[in-house]
Design a protein around this ligand. Structure first.
Ligand code: C2E
Ligand code: CA
Ligand code: CA
Ligand code: CA
Length: 272
């Protein structure tokens, strides 16, 4: 029994080492990914459900790893956040998103995900200003997507940053709404332009009564506060219909379009 326990411990140790090793390796590779131009932005359309028109795109980061192929942001963003690399990577995303959007054939809005860690050193307003200036993009076409954790940590400091950016004309959206503990209270703390209902609620539509009740409640409250809601992860017509019936204003998901490098196909799209 004793030796089994020891083996168990050794095995556990070896696995831990492998995990740590992999993380260090990824961190090392992330350092060169920017200079080696291994990052690319994909764009996913957001549809206005009243007009049936595509109104904006969300920029989603992709990493084309030289050996491992496409690595998903869910895997490497946390490593970038832990290592401080999210600073330079996030700045690249911001600049590249603005640069491309400024050249689009239609003045769609562009939504950029911002990590809570990009708020830490206070440079965000200047970086946003620089990206807008370098690209010539109208600030009103830029939207930053943040999660409630931004207001969870250092609320005063981060609210000041958000207000500074918003004063430039940039829109602020709350992402993954409903997944945290205090989403509701943050709607009072800051006048968000948009809230994005997390796909975990949308997934259970149209039959799950709890999901329906929650989205209906969010929708009613948003209307009272004058905030627009967008539903994420819409994959079926039935989900789309349920969302329309609940006065959801915008939708995003595979049903409308998957994230892709080229957006030209949407220039003429109008969905009834
Ligand atoms: P997110 O901001 O919540 O983005 C939505 C995610 O849902 C994207 O995954 C998108 O591809 C996926 N998605 C869209 N429609 C559907 C659908 O109909 N069904 C399903 N099952 N999924 C759908 P992706 O691109 O893998 O990104 C994952 C997360 O990585 C993002 O979640 C965001 O938190 C983060 N991320 C992506 N790009 C960036 C970035 O440039 N900066 C930062 N800080 N985070 C990023
Ligand atoms: Ca997002
Ligand atoms: Ca989201
Ligand atoms: Ca998410």
């Amino acid at each position: 029994v004793k030796s089994e326990g020891r083996n168990g411990w050794c095995f556990y140790h070896a696995e831990m080492d492998a995990v740590v090793q992999q993380r260090l390796e990824m961190e090392h590779e992330l350092r060169t990914a920017l200079s080696e131009q291994q990052f690319q932005l994909h764009f996913q359309p957001l549809l206005n459900l009243d007009s049936g028109e595509v109104v904006s795109f969300e920029a989603l980061l992709r990493w084309h790893h030289p050996h491992r192929g496409m690595v998903s942001p869910g895997e490497f963003i946390p490593v970038a956040e832990d290592s401080g690399l999210i600073g330079p990577i996030g700045d690249w995303v911001l600049r590249e998103a603005c640069r491309q959007a400024a050249q689009w054939p239609t003045p769609w809005r562009i939504a950029v995900n911002i990590s809570p860690l990009q708020f830490r050193d206070g440079s965000l307003p200047r970086l946003v200003k620089d990206a807008l200036k370098a690209s010539g993009l109208d600030p009103r076409r830029l939207e930053l997507e943040i999660t409630e954790s931004v207001l969870l940590a250092d609320e005063k400091h981060n609210l000041k940053i958000l207000n500074t950016v918003r004063d430039m004309g940039v829109r602020i959206a709350m992402d993954d709404f409903g997944t945290g503990y205090s989403s509701l209270s943050y709607l009072r703390a800051f006048p968000f332009d948009k809230i994005k209902i997390d796909q975990s609620f949308v997934r259970d539509l149209p039959h799950d009564q709890n999901a329906l009740s929650i989205i209906r409640a969010i929708s009613d409250m948003a209307e009272a506060l004058g905030v627009h809601i967008t539903a994420e992860g819409v994959e079926t017509e039935a989900q789309m219909e349920a969302l329309k019936a609940m006065n959801c204003r915008e939708a995003q998901g595979y049903l409308i379009g998957r994230p892709a490098a080229a957006i030209e196909a949407y220039a003429a799209v109008k969905v009834a």
